[in-house]
Structure formats: structure tokens, C-alpha cells
Design a protein around this ligand. Structure first.
Ligand SMILES: *[C@@H]1O[C@H](CO)[C@@H](O)[C@H](O)[C@H]1NC(C)=O
Length: 330
């Protein structure tokens, strides 16, 4: 009779002979990596106790058990394929699609600034609501879209509205719930967006001057055909159409003053750092003088029309009074 220990040993030997262990099993590698303080599975949320702040895996040390910059590269990309660095017809830039209704258009971004859109674009102005499927077309035509979250601060929305109206005809103003409440205000141009936690007039004006009228059809000035929920149509004020030079000329709000001081500082900086190009700085001087003249002209035109309105109203009231008085006399 064999003793139990002997039996166990024989069984173990038999097991070892008939099931030879591979060079290193997964669990052995795991144990090894663990011992090397290099193993950290994404499923294992407990970081290793070590002074290394990156979860126990120090940087810059090549280790075949972790990362040697050679093995398993295909987990991130396939080095055998040229796909990732070849321009194919799929990814080449194509004009965005004009998509007919009732086909839905879905965007991957919460606030898209390019992509497929509807063939009819919105009339410029302020809306109760315009969906991105429409205003993307306005961006393509070089317009600026101003978004605010419906829960945003009413005073700041008013400020955004003033800037929009005073800066360009080709503007769309609409609420949009896809904005985060952390950044409930936005100005959009084709391919560009400015998200703001509060309305900073000088930033908005700079954004408009840099990006308006620049979509790949930025020269298209015709107004749109869509006007569902249009609240206030845009009005041409001093200028027949938007030009680079006319951008933000109608601004009279505080925002404009901020912008003025900003522009002056910027230009001074440029003038002094340039190589003494007096011509360009005098050009700049005259263009800013003509800016001011234009602005004064626009301002007085507006005041005059307001006065005209007031005096027409007064006249109407006087007429009413006279009529009432005559009736009273009879
Ligand atoms: C909101 O964002 C999603 C993507 O996150 C997009 O598909 C959808 O069109 C957006 N809706 C609006 C109203 O902007």
C-alpha cells in the first residue's frame, strides 16, 4: 500500500507530464507584471501602491512585459496598412450635401459648424428657434450664427443680440439646448466656434471680424427662403450688404467701446513692432478715422430716424386731440 503522500506526488507528476505547461501562461505573465509593478489591467481599478502617480507604470522605461514600442502595436493601429496616411476619395473634402426632406440629417457633434444641410437657408434675423439643419447653410454663406441656451441669462442674451444686429446683416440668432449650461453662449462661423460662459463683447467682435463672410460660399449675400418661427428679420442699416469693412460698424453698445480699446492696443503693438512702415500705419490711421466718421454718420442717421418717428407720433397725437376737441365742441 502506498502512502497518501506518494499517491499525490505520482498524480502530480502524471499531470505535469501529460499536460505540459506553456512557456508562460497568462496568469503567470500577469503575476510577473504584477511583481514588476508594471501590470495594470483596465478592469482592475485598484491602483498599485507605489509612488508613481500614473497608476504604477513609470514613463520612459521600455519593458517587454508592458510597452517596448515594438510589440502589440496593432492594438492601436495596423502598421502593415497604409490606410491611415493615405488620402482616399472617402475622406477627401467634398461640398456638403443638400439633403431633401423628409430625410433626417444627424450630426455627430452637439454644435456642428459644417456638414450636410437643407437646400433652403433661413432668412437672416432672430428666431424663436432654427434647427442646425438650416443654420449650417447660413454659416456656409459666411453668416454668423449666435446661439444661447434657453435657460441663459436674459441680459447677456440681449447683449449678444445687440452685437449680432450691430455687426452684420447675415446673422441668425436662436436658442439651442445642445449648448452646455457651463457655456450657454456661442458664436459660430463655417468651421469655427466660440463658446462662452458669459458674453464678452470684445471677443465676439474679434471672432466676427476674423471669421464672418469666409465660408466657402461666404460671398453669397442673397437672403434665405425659410422663415418658420422668424421673430425679427435682419435689417440693412447703413450698408447695402455686409463687407469686411462694414463689420460691426453699427455697434453702439458698451461692447463696441471695449472693442475699440482692444483694437487700438492691438494696432499700436503692431505698429511699433513693424519695421517702421509709416505708410501702413498712416493707412491704418486714415481707415480708423473713416471708421469713426462712418460710425458717427450711422449713429446720426439712426437718431434722425428715431426723431422722425417721435415727431410723427406727436403729430398723430395732436391730430387726435384736435379731432376730439372738435367733436366735443359740436
Ligand atoms: C444635438 O446634438 C446631437 C449630437 O450630440 C445632434 O445629433 C443633434 O442634431 C443636436 N441637436 C441640435 C438641436 O442642435
Amino acid at each position: 500500500m502506498r502512502k497518501p503522500l506518494e499517491v499525490t506526488l505520482i498524480v502530480m507528476a502524471w499531470l505535469l507530464c501529460n499536460h505540459p505547461t506553456p512557456v508562460a501562461t497568462d496568469s503567470q505573465i500577469k503575476a510577473l507584471r504584477h511583481n514588476h509593478r508594471l501590470y495594470r489591467s483596465p478592469h482592475e481599478n485598484t491602483p498599485l501602491t507605489t509612488s508613481d502617480p500614473h497608476g504604477g507604470v513609470p514613463m520612459g522605461i521600455s519593458n517587454s512585459l508592458c510597452d517596448d514600442a515594438e510589440t502589440y502595436l496593432e492594438v492601436d493601429w495596423d502598421p502593415a496598412s497604409k490606410q491611415e496616411y493615405t488620402c482616399d476619395s472617402e475622406s477627401a473634402l467634398k461640398p456638403p450635401l443638400h439633403q431633401c426632406l423628409p430625410d433626417p440629417i444627424v450630426y455627430s457633434e452637439a454644435i456642428p459648424t459644417s456638414g450636410a444641410h437643407r437646400p433652403l437657408w433661413p432668412r437672416y434675423g432672430e428666431y424663436d428657434y432654427v434647427p442646425p439643419q438650416r443654420w449650417l447653410h447660413s454659416l456656409e454663406h459666411g453668416g454668423i450664427v449666435f446661439l444661447y441656451h434657453p435657460c441663459a441669462d436674459a441680459k447677456q442674451v440681449e447683449q449678444l443680440r445687440e452685437i449680432a444686429k450691430g455687426c452684420l446683416y447675415k446673422h441668425i440668432i436662436t436658442p439651442n439646448k445642445n449648448l452646455s449650461l457651463d457655456t450657454p453662449y456661442a458664436a459660430l462661423a463655417w468651421g469655427c466656434k466660440l463658446l462662452m460662459s458669459s458674453v464678452v463683447p470684445s471677443r465676439v467682435v474679434t471672432f466676427i471680424k476674423e471669421h464672418a463672410l469666409k465660408g466657402h460660399e461666404g460671398h453669397v449675400n442673397a437672403d434665405g427662403q425659410y422663415s418658420k418661427a422668424l421673430r425679427v428679420p435682419a435689417t440693412h442699416q447703413l450698408y447695402e450688404e455686409d463687407t469686411e469693412a462694414s463689420l460691426c460698424h453699427m455697434l453702439t453698445s458698451e461692447g463696441n467701446n471695449n472693442q475699440d480699446s482692444l483694437a487700438v492696443h492691438g494696432e499700436d503693438g503692431k505698429t511699433f513692432s513693424s519695421t517702421g512702415e509709416t505708410k501702413s500705419s498712416s493707412d491704418r490711421y486714415f481707415s480708423s478715422v473713416s471708421d469713426i466718421v462712418n460710425r458717427i454718420a450711422a449713429d446720426s442717421a439712426r437718431r434722425r430716424s428715431r426723431l422722425d418717428e417721435e415727431s410723427a407720433k406727436l403729430n398723430r397725437n395732436i391730430q387726435k386731440l384736435i379731432t376730439a376737441f372738435r367733436k366735443f365742441q359740436q
